[in-house]
Design a protein around this ligand. Structure first.
Ligand SMILES: [Zn+2]
Ligand SMILES: [Zn+2]
Length: 312
């Protein structure tokens, strides 16, 4: 610290040895003097344009991808900002449309993402954090586990902060608005006189089955992403996904002109390109994977109903 400035608080004769952390310009002798002078100083205190402040801004806005990129470019690692990023990633309630490249619009099948500007191959488009995830080889179907976890998280008495709670509520509400596996599920459910929580279990289970994505980096897991789930499927997708149990990154796979829908494949890429010569087990897994997003199957839907309904 420079120690040649006088304290900026009026009437103080001491040396200003501490700089205002926001602007880095005003110097004070003590925190007390800084507090006393804040009413006046705040009128001219401008946040300095430092890389650290930019990262703080991204974090405050929930732009975790941008924060992560900027953190990696710092010359000196910053443990405090890295810890704050990790904490926000773990919440699983934040997503970022990167550089305003996408907009959510009515598409061929319900809502879908459309290129908001001309995109180049490799452009990162959307970053999302998983609301919940589950192993695909667990004791029960992964979507039932994801549904149970989602309901618990959606109703948890969180109270970390009002802001975090509101965002978690928003994420859970967004999940509840996603399409169900069988388009009749929602209508059927609304017409029945079952208990509200049974109804919710069946609904979330159907949504988890229809919208969970496989994890490319952890092939035994599937995860439910509230923002990522809005991509529609194509067998010839123009975007690709990198996903884990906790985060998802969608990139343009080709150049995409402004206004065109951006699609992903709900299937692992190797299943699209190598249709022939597969081990039987993999094909069965593929068909099942395909089913959970694409082909509503009534017998399976009633199976979920049975499973999600507690015994009388
Ligand atoms: Zn002072
Ligand atoms: Zn200042």
């Amino acid at each position: 610290m420079e120690d040649s400035f006088p304290c900026a608080a009026p009437g103080c004769e001491s040396t200003g040895s501490k700089l205002c952390s926001r602007c880095g310009k005003a110097a004070y002798c003590s925190a007390e003097c800084q507090r006393k002078d804040w009413k006046v100083h705040k009128l001219q205190c401008q946040k300095a344009e430092t890389p650290e402040n930019r990262i703080s801004d991204h974090l405050a806005k929930g732009q975790l991808f941008s924060a992560q990129e900027a953190l990696q470019q710092l010359e000196k690692p910053n443990a405090r900002l890295a810890a704050e990023l990790e904490e926000k990633l773990k919440l699983g309630i934040l997503s970022e449309v990167i550089a305003d490249r996408l907009s959510l619009q009515p598409a061929r099948y319900g809502l879908g993402y459309v290129a908001a500007k001309d995109l180049s191959a490799g452009d990162p488009l959307l970053f999302d954090t998983a609301f919940c995830s589950a192993p695909m080889d667990g004791d029960q179907e992964f979507y039932c586990t994801i549904a149970e976890k989602s309901i618990r998280k959606g109703h948890a008495d969180r109270r970390a902060s009002a802001r975090v709670d509101a965002q978690a509520d928003f994420y859970y509400d967004s999940l509840l608005k996603l399409c169900t596996k069988d388009s009749h599920d929602r209508a059927t459910l609304e017409g029945t006189e079952m208990e509200a929580d049974t109804r919710e279990q069946i609904l979330v289970c159907s949504i988890a089955e229809a919208n969970s994505l496989y994890c490319t980096e952890e092939p035994n897991f599937a995860a439910l992403y509230a923002a990522g789930a809005r991509f529609n499927h194509s067998c010839a997708p123009n975007a690709s996904i990198e996903s884990s149990r906790s985060r998802l990154l969608v990139r343009a796979a080709t150049a995409i002109p402004k206004g065109m829908e951006v699609t992903i494949s709900y299937l692992p890429p190797q299943l699209l390109s190598e249709a022939v010569g597969f081990a039987v087990g993999v094909v069965v897994a593929a068909q099942r994977t395909h089913q959970w997003r694409l082909a509503p199957d009534r017998s399976e839907a009633s199976e979920i109903r049975r499973r999600a309904t507690p015994p009388p």
